[in-house]
Write a protein that binds this ligand. Structure first.
Ligand code: HEM
Length: 229
């Protein structure tokens, strides 16, 4: 059967990953169905569009970025609409994943002063399900950041409607949110690509290898395989 699939070039894993996830197909596990991946890449694309059109407005140092879009005046027009699109896609991502991202009592240790303890905790590694505590924290950070950008962005979009101190506060919130969130994004991209080989595939093809699942998400792996180990 598998040779027939090879002959006609039928990629069963990728085909099944269109509308299913958390299932085993041959040597692979489907981790993210197509809708999850489309939403994720919309969020990512709109985020980078916002960054590329917002940075030239923030400082002339990034003027070269603005030139890619036709100059500063064009960036000022594109940026708020890209921001609305980023917020809408981030809201869709929040609704799409919120059930799976609920934190267990144990995972709440990832937030706060015990974070380092949790990062070093090898004993509980065995209990990591589909997403680990760090991924869940990042998920909520993205949702909060999207809200922070929206609220402060609306104030900056219609400056004459709001009092001076609100405009100053909005500039602070917009810039601090960007700097803090950008640092998280750098870590996120590093973890999703070179740091953990095989992870990027989860967001492109939708699949991971069984070995990947067993190493990084042992509880999820056991649940899918129906085994104790
Ligand atoms: C080039 C940029 C990016 C790359 C390469 C990337 C890669 C990935 C990968 C591979 C995963 C799946 C991880 C897994 O299944 O375990 C993922 C998940 C996720 N991504 Fe991205 N991503 C990028 C940009 C973004 C941006 C800009 C955001 C939000 C603004 C974002 C939000 C998320 C969230 C919330 C998840 C689920 C939680 C997690 O796995 O951390 N991503 N990303």
């Amino acid at each position: 059967m598998s040779s027939v699939r090879q002959q006609i070039g039928l990629d069963v894993g990728a085909l099944k990953a269109r509308d299913t996830e958390d299932v085993i197909v041959g040597k692979e596990i489907i981790r993210h169905r197509l809708s999850s991946r489309v939403i994720h890449w919309l969020v990512a694309d709109f985020f980078f569009l916002c960054a590329a059109t917002g940075l030239p407005v923030f400082s002339p140092v990034f003027g070269w970025l603005g030139n890619l879009f036709g100059g500063l005046a064009v960036c000022r027009v594109i940026h708020p609409f890209a921001g609305l699109a980023f917020f809408a896609s981030a809201a869709a991502m929040f609704l799409h994943w919120k059930r799976e991202m609920q934190m267990t009592a144990q995972e709440r240790g990832w937030v706060g002063p015990k974070l380092l303890e949790y990062l070093r905790d090898k004993a509980n590694h065995d209990q990591i399900g589909k997403y680990n505590g760090g991924q869940k924290v990042f998920f909520y950070t993205a949702a909060l950041a999207a809200l922070g950008f929206l609220v402060s962005g609306v104030v900056l979009w219609f400056p004459l409607t709001f009092a001076g101190f609100l405009r100053q506060l909005a500039i602070l919130v917009h810039n601090v949110t960007f700097i803090a969130f950008f640092v998280s994004i750098v870590f996120h991209i590093y973890l999703g690509t070179t740091a953990e080989p095989g992870t990027f595939n989860a967001m492109t093809r939708g699949t991971v290898s069984k070995a990947w699942a067993r190493i990084h998400h042992p509880k999820w792996y056991r649940e899918l395989m129906g085994t104790d180990k």
